[in-house]
Every structure is written in C-alpha cells, then in structure tokens.
Design a binder for this molecule. Structure first.
Ligand code: SF4
Ligand code: SF4
Length: 272
C-alpha cells in the first residue's frame, strides 16, 4: 500500500504523541489533560483523561467545578486551533484503528459492503449521534447519580490502563465490581475496531463528540477548491469517517482532519 505525503507526517505525529502520552514512566503525573482518549491509570500516564476528569468533577459537587472548567477550557482551546485533528493526528486509539485498517482494510471494506446491503442505508449516518448521547450520559448521569458513570466500563481504560497494569503488577490489581461487564464492553469494542475502520471514532467516542463542534470555527480546516474538482470521488472512498468529501467535508463535525482525502486527490482540489 502506497503511503501518502500527509499520511507519513501523521504516522510520525501519532508515534510522537504515543511516546509523550507514556512519559509518566520518566516524569510521573503532571497536572495536564490529554487532548485524546488515554487512561490516567496507565502505568506510563503523565496526564489525565478529559472524560475521566469531567465525570469525577460533575459527580463531586461545586468544589470540583474548577476542574470541569479547566477541561472545557483546554478542549475548547485545542479545538479552536486544531478542530478535531487530535483524533486524526494524536489519539493512540485512532492510531490503533489506523494500524488495523492498514492490515485489514480490504476485509473491512468487504464486510462493510455486505452490511450495507442488508442494513438500512441511513443507519451508519444515524449511528454518529450515539457518541453525543454517550457524552451527555457521562456528564448528566455522573451529576445526577453523584458518581462516575463511565470509568469502570470504559473499553479504552481496559486497553490502556487495566491490561498494562495487570501485565506489570499482576498481584496488586484489584478487580472492581464492574469488571465482568467492562470485559463484555471491551470485547464489543475490539470487534468494532477490527471490523469497522475508525468505527469507534465515527460512532462512540465521547471525546470526539467534545471536539466535533470546534471544526465549525477552528483555524485548521479542510478546504475544497471547487474549480479544480472533477468529482472523481477518490477522496470520499479514502475517508475513514465516511464523509462525502466534495459535498460535505468543509467544517464537517465528523472530519478528523486526517488528510487522507488530500493525499487521495490527484487534482490538487483539497487543502488543509
Ligand atoms: S478526489 Fe479531488 S477531484 Fe476527486 S472528487 Fe475528491 S476533491 Fe474532487
Ligand atoms: S474528510 Fe478528509 S480529512 Fe476529513 S476525515 Fe475524511 S479523509 Fe480525513
């Protein structure tokens, strides 16, 4: 498979962010927040998961309001500059899905085509709203129940926190009461990211939902030069977020600004 020019930079960026996310092995925990999904229970964690801070702050009453505002301000600031690009360029879970897609992309395409033949055509498009519902559940559910509602069930937490902890400290890990349910959710998560390229980002990631709206106003954006476009649709076929690029990519909340469409366009009709 030929790797595009932007894709090369993106792979380097994802690798750097993965290393930075695990600097905790050297510098310990800092007070900052990851602009992506990574568990603060990971042995190498040096920052906090924004979703984890949100659920703990809203469930902890007014005393924690500062933490909530800190995360919102941080996400807004990153989003204002980069939009949802953190999903495409920094998130280790996004990188993992890209790696699986690079190996199993043909299988994913075949399965998705078969699924498209039997499922309602609008279903994948409607599924994108699930992540907004999940975000609302985490914020409102944690506030109403006065307890974190996501951490114990988080599949990313299992992958980047629980498993590495179990591997490094097999004797010291305490299994929580939701461990079994968490493992079922984790199994579904694994099936999703193996079978659907960027399926987690498209449909379920609450942090992607937090960033999505910032695409409307961010400094970094995708631009279509209509005078150069010949409607060959190579861009849409390459898009991991299933966006109809010539019609609908500019300022689309689902766009992770990965640049795959820019690499795919042979007519120089797309720019970031
Ligand atoms: S690949 Fe380029 S020319 Fe083809 S439809 Fe997309 S933007 Fe237009
Ligand atoms: S529209 Fe282009 S930049 Fe946006 S997600 Fe799709 S391929 Fe990536």
């Amino acid at each position: 498979m030929k790797i595009g020019k932007i894709a090369k930079y993106r792979i380097i960026s994802q690798a750097i962010f993965f290393v930075v996310a695990n600097l905790g092995f050297i510098i310990g925990m800092t007070g900052i927040v990851y602009p992506f999904f990574y568990c603060y229970a990971s042995p190498g964690a040096c920052a906090s998961c924004p979703l984890g801070i949100i659920e703990h702050s809203v469930s902890g009453g007014m005393l924690m309001a500062g933490m909530f505002l800190y995360v919102i301000f941080f996400i807004a600031l990153v989003g204002l500059v980069f939009g949802r690009a953190a999903c495409g360029w920094a998130c280790p879970i996004g990188a993992l899905q890209d790696a699986i897609n690079a190996v199993a992309g043909k299988l994913q395409t075949r399965l998705n085509n078969r699924a498209a033949a039997v499922l309602p055509s609008r279903l994948p498009g409607k599924m994108k709203y699930v992540k907004y519902g999940l975000l609302a559940y985490v914020v409102l559910g944690s506030a109403v129940l006065a307890l974190p509602t996501f951490t114990d069930l988080c599949p990313v937490g299992v992958l980047t926190g629980t498993f590495p902890q179990l591997a490094l400290n097999p004797g010291s890990f305490a299994f929580g009461q939701y461990f079994a349910v968490g493992m079922i959710i984790f199994s579904l998560f694994v099936a999703l990211i193996v079978l659907v390229g960027r399926g987690w980002c498209r449909w379920f990631c609450p942090i992607g939902a937090m960033f999505a709206g910032t695409n409307k106003i961010s400094i970094l954006k995708l631009r279509l030069r209509g005078d150069k476009c010949v409607n060959c649709n190579a861009c849409s076929k390459s898009c991991p977020m299933a966006i109809n690029v010539p019609e609908d990519a500019e300022r689309n909340p689902e766009c992770i600004l990965c640049g795959r469409c820019v690499d795919a366009c042979k007519f120089d009709a797309l720019r970031m």
